[in-house]
Design a protein around this ligand. Structure first.
Ligand code: SF4
Length: 278
């Protein structure tokens, strides 16, 4: 058994929070550049140019990519051969709280969701999801999700007789109805299968996948959804244009014989996340 110290976990999470807030992942930056190069409408092209400039300024001046520094979602893949010293959830919350305070990142979490809605002031709790995997390491992913795009999240419980075309229509309609609210161009994560809760979680995980789906049928579906969403003409920040969605990723899961959940995670152009293996 390998032991990971509280300090090692704390430092890793703090570092990921900083990087996720200030630096877009390379493949997200590249996707914006590709959209800029291929955008047909002048206003849309200029808009993407400004978004790219924003990412450069954030990285150079060490300021947040967006004023909404997000809810902190943490995915932990814990190897069966690892012991984490102490309570890892407490360590993660301390690392998030200290880093948000130190770098003047906006705290955006309220303790009670319905009545008092008082800001915790620390951007905690983080929302931590844990998977147990083989091995003697821990993979940590910090994903920041802004409220504007999170509000556009959608779930539909299809029956197994649903046609692929109905699923595509549902997704394109959701993107259309969201319009400029989630700050397009979007990165779409789609969870298909599982139970309702698993589909929602997989929609979050899907959007963080760099590569298209390895199975050709799902890969073709990702491409079809991308094309159809871009035919809506919503465009960058809703100003009209060729690029409403930059990337579509699907993560599927086994499901009940009577169900076919489809969950949609719309992420804004500022897809902020970082991962490390410790
Ligand atoms: S949706 Fe994204 S870019 Fe828009 S305000 Fe929220 S975090 Fe910022």
């Amino acid at each position: 058994m390998r032991t990971i110290s509280q300090q090692e976990l704390y430092s890793a999470v703090a570092d990921l929070v900083i990087k996720a807030n200030f630096n877009l992942p390379d493949h997200v930056y590249q996707a914006l550049c590709t959209m800029h190069a291929t955008e047909q409408k002048p206003l849309a092209k200029e808009t993407i140019h400004i978004l790219i400039q924003n990412t450069r300024i954030a990285a150079q001046k060490h300021i947040p990519l967006c004023q909404d520094c997000g809810a902190v979602i943490v995915f932990l893949q814990i190897g069966t051969g690892v012991i984490i010293d102490g309570n890892p959830i407490d360590v993660i919350h301390n690392a998030v709280a200290d880093t948000y305070k130190k770098y003047y990142l906006r705290p955006s979490i309220v303790q009670d969701p319905l009545f008092e809605r008082k800001n915790t002031g620390t951007n905690t709790p983080a929302f931590v999801h844990t998977d147990i995997v083989p091995g003697n390491s821990v993979t940590i992913t910090v994903y920041l999700k802004g409220g504007g795009s999170e509000n556009m999240t959608s779930l539909k419980m299809f029956t197994p007789t649903a046609k692929i075309e109905e699923i595509i229509d549902y997704i394109v309609t959701a993107v259309q109805q969201a319009g400029p609210n989630p700050c397009p161009p979007l990165f779409l994560g789609i969870g298909i299968g599982g139970t309702a809760d698993v589909a929602m979680l997989n929609a979050k995980k899907a959007v963080l996948q760099k590569e298209p789906h390895p199975q050709k049928e799902y890969r073709a579906l990702e491409e079809e959804i991308l094309q159809r969403c871009n035919q809506t003409g919503i465009g960058p920040l809703g100003f009209g244009g060729t690029h409403t969605v930059g990337i579509v990723r699907i993560k599927e899961a086994p499901t009940h014989i009577a169900t076919l959940p489809v969950a949609l995670n719309l992420n804004c152009h500022s897809l902020r996340y970082r991962s490390i293996v410790i």
